[in-house]
Design a protein around this ligand. Structure first.
Ligand SMILES: O=C(O)CCC(=O)C(=O)O
Length: 278
């Protein structure tokens, strides 16, 4: 099928074999606390140590109510069209609120302190666990799935709903980003994994932390941090929007740069597609 620009369903994914063999630099590069402008030097050091920073304020109460209404409308349309609640991918291509959020100075300030001056947001994706949703996001390191080298992505995970352990908050293994690549295997059907691969024996890699957030708050995690989320056993929905930022000068080994938007600084490879504001 021909690839249509700005149609994310045509992104070429790495095969399971390629995830193992394709040449990428997947080492974590610590941020420089002395350069921090929005975060404190202490917060940057704690991100370097743990691989995650949370909770951080982003949207005020009224802002998140309006933002959630927009996501609700989109989700309704998606479910009515027969897609599932995880299929809102690359929504900045057609949702102006999400597009504008990528540029929110409060958010970009945090991200710049962790990545540097040249920033691209290369995807946005809603992970929406409906009440009693039995799908899990199996333990993984994001960078293992992605065709970028070096690994420099920081994900902002915005709580669209209040999130806690009961409605399947994300879980992280603190400090696991400093271990390097951890072995992944193909997930079994009965795991009901939203993604494709899983890591076993996570407890052996460090302390597991649950990340509770109030709607409007974010967490920031690095792409080498081991994380996942379980079933939603509660009556409450758990919706999170991910915005994934990286250094604009990393190398895309596939065709994933078409939907990336340069947020600030320079794109020295000239590789990002910069789709227009919808
Ligand atoms: O929201 C979730 O449960 C998973 C999200 C995730 O894996 C990620 O943001 O990298």
């Amino acid at each position: 099928m021909a690839k249509t620009l700005f149609d994310s369903s045509t992104k070429t994914f790495l095969t399971e074999a390629e995830m193992e063999t394709i040449g990428r630099d997947l080492t974590f590069r610590p941020a420089t606390p002395e350069n921090a402008r929005t975060l404190s030097a202490r917060e940057v050091s704690s991100f370097n140590r743990d691989g995650i920073l949370s909770p951080l304020p982003l949207l005020e109460e009224q802002e998140i109510v309006e933002f959630r209404n927009g996501i609700n409308r989109r989700l309704e349309q998606t479910l009515a069209a027969g897609s599932d609640s995880y299929s809102l991918l690359d929504i900045h291509l057609n949702d102006v609120r999400v597009y504008d959020l990528m540029f929110d100075p409060r958010l970009v300030g945090y991200v710049k302190d962790l990545i540097g001056p040249d920033i691209v947001c290369w995807t946005t994706h809603c992970f929406c666990k409906l009440p009693h949703d039995e799908r899990q996001v199996a333990w993984h390191q994001d960078a293992y799935y992605w065709p970028f080298t070096p690994a420099r992505t920081v994900t902002a995970w915005l709580a669209v709903d209040d999130v806690d352990r009961e409605n399947a908050s994300m879980q992280f293994v603190r400090g696991s980003h400093r271990i390097g690549t951890i072995p992944h295997r193909i997930s079994r059907t009965e795991e009901k994994n939203v993604l494709r691969v899983s890591v076993d024996g996570v407890e052996t890699f460090g302390e597991i932390a649950d990340i509770a957030l109030r709607a409007g708050q974010i967490s920031l995690h690095t792409d080498m941090l081991l994380h996942g989320s379980g079933f939603n056993k509660s009556d409450r929905r758990r919706c999170g929007l991910t915005l994934r930022y990286t250094d604009a000068n990393v190398n895309d080994l596939r065709d994933w740069s078409d939907y990336g938007v340069l947020i600030c600084g320079e794109d020295r490879r000239g590789q990002w597609g910069n789709p227009p504001r919808p």
